[in-house]
Design a protein around this ligand. Structure first.
Ligand SMILES: O=P(O)(O)OC[C@@H](O)[C@@H](O)c1c[nH]c2ccccc12
Length: 267
């Protein structure tokens, strides 16, 4: 990896489009819609992320394009059990296979666990969604919310994707990385805004991204600081910048004791 031309965003957009055509042919939208209708109502992500303390969305992520394997072959359910036990406010599940070694099956298994817990928690589908088909797919596999990336969608398709999310009774975490993308998210009426500290074009991480963008977001929105969070000091710094919640993958996935690592972030 890394020698291909174009950014990961270009490569993922191309691959996802081809993949999507194939999935549509195998499973018509109407079938997915029937599955989605049979699911229990989605849990609200915004309510889970707003509170008196900084909330953590813990992510199931076996691998990443920047780091390679983080926890190859690990059972998504075992990871999710640790996250639920240690107090995650919500769980994010990567469903992209080629770059992140995730799957829709992982999403379904984790959603089942998170919803059956004595304290049910919402589950987020984390992927590079391009088409309303994938939104219905997320609901059919148990997601309560989905990630929408402004750098992938642009201002033209974001409103249509948000409508598709709301039509399923779900909420969207709308991800931005700079001022222009934030303006697009706000113009589309995004209620939950994720500030990705990682630049998806070159994988550099700067927590200063949250410090720069959070003050520009109206306080009635939920602010999630994403990526590059390694300890309680990072959480404090991002909370001080205005984040209601943080989204953490890698540092939890590589921890020898995931529960202890998550409790450390929440302390
Ligand atoms: O593993 P980290 O650095 O804790 O980051 C988690 C999450 O923010 C990251 O996985 C992510 C943020 N936005 C994305 C978009 C697509 C895929 C992955 C991501």
């Amino acid at each position: 990896m890394g020698t291909e031309t174009g950014t990961i965003l270009d490569r993922i957009a191309e691959r996802t489009a081809a993949d999507l055509a194939e999935r549509r042919a195998t499973r018509p939208l109407a079938d997915l819609e029937a599955m989605a209708r049979a699911m229990p109502a989605p849990l609200p992500l915004d309510a889970a992320l707003r509170g008196t303390t900084t909330r953590v969305i813990a992510e199931v992520k076996r691998a990443s394009p920047s780091k390679g394997a983080l926890a190859a072959g690990v059972d998504a359910r075992a990871v999710a059990r640790d996250y639920l036990a240690a107090g995650a406010a919500a769980i994010s599940v990567l469903t992209d296979a080629p770059f992140f070694q995730g799957s829709l099956e992982d999403l379904a298994l984790v959603a089942e666990l998170a919803h059956a817990d004595p304290t049910p928690r919402p589950v987020l589908r984390k992927d590079f969604l391009l088409d309303p088909y994938q939104v219905v797919e997320a609901r059919a596999y148990g997601a309560d919310a989905v990630l929408l990336i402004v750098a992938v969608l642009g201002g033209a398709s974001l409103p249509e994707m948000l409508d598709a999310v709301h039509a399923q009774g779900m909420q969207a975490l709308v991800e931005v990385h700079d001022e222009a993308e934030l303006d697009v998210a706000l113009a589309a009426g995004a209620r939950i805004i994720g500030i990705n500290n990682r630049d998806l074009r070159n994988f550099t991480v700067d927590l200063g991204t949250t410090e720069r963008l959070a003050p520009r977001i109206p306080r009635d929105r939920v602010i999630v600081a994403e990526s590059g969070i390694h300890g309680p000091g990072d959480v404090r710094r991002l909370a001080a910048a205005g984040a209601h919640a943080v989204l953490v993958g890698e540092s939890l996935m590589v921890a020898a004791d995931r529960q202890a690592a998550l409790r450390g972030l929440l302390a």
